[in-house]
Design a protein around this ligand. Sequence first.
Ligand code: CU
Length: 203
Amino acid sequence: MKKGASLTGKMALAVLLIVIAIALAIGGYWYISQGTSSGEKRVFYVVAYHWGFVFYDENFNEIPKIEVNKGDTVTIYLFPGVAFAEEAHEEFEHRTLERGVGDLPPGSEELHEKMEEALDQGYFDHGLGIDGYGVNIETNYQAFKGSAESIEGILQTEGQDVLKAHSITFRADKAGYFTIVCTVYCGYGHSSMEIQGGFVVRG
Ligand SMILES: [Cu+2]
């Protein structure tokens, strides 16, 4: 009899502990989801050139990829390389010559020719798409005066209206590693403008 009673007591205690554990788990989940859903506002600047992307954080520091937390509101400003003064533009495209594209090795004359060809043919614009995120933004090179040496320079010379016209804002509601691609045909190296894991959302 006594043994039975203590067994019932133990079971009641076990049930109580399970209920507490479930309550803590639900409470914890609610707390975390509240925390992330009110996420931060993140700003990134991206330059698309023949044939690659350069990413900058909100302080204009170059970063290797765009990294945010789930729940953050992300704004990306996209500029074409030709929006910059000639020297700055060449500096971007020089990265391609150093890296090589497809079968064309770094520094090869043919690669140089392909890059000149893309400009001669009028492929000045690029796009930025994030696979699996339904995000796409395209540049409009004609909107720029083309005299800025840097992103800060663009902000000073072009003003806020141009910024508005060249940005996309979305919510990072899915965690994972996503590929950034160019969505506007821009000549020979277009298909090499693909950065796997270029957009990272931490869950
Ligand atoms: Cu392209």
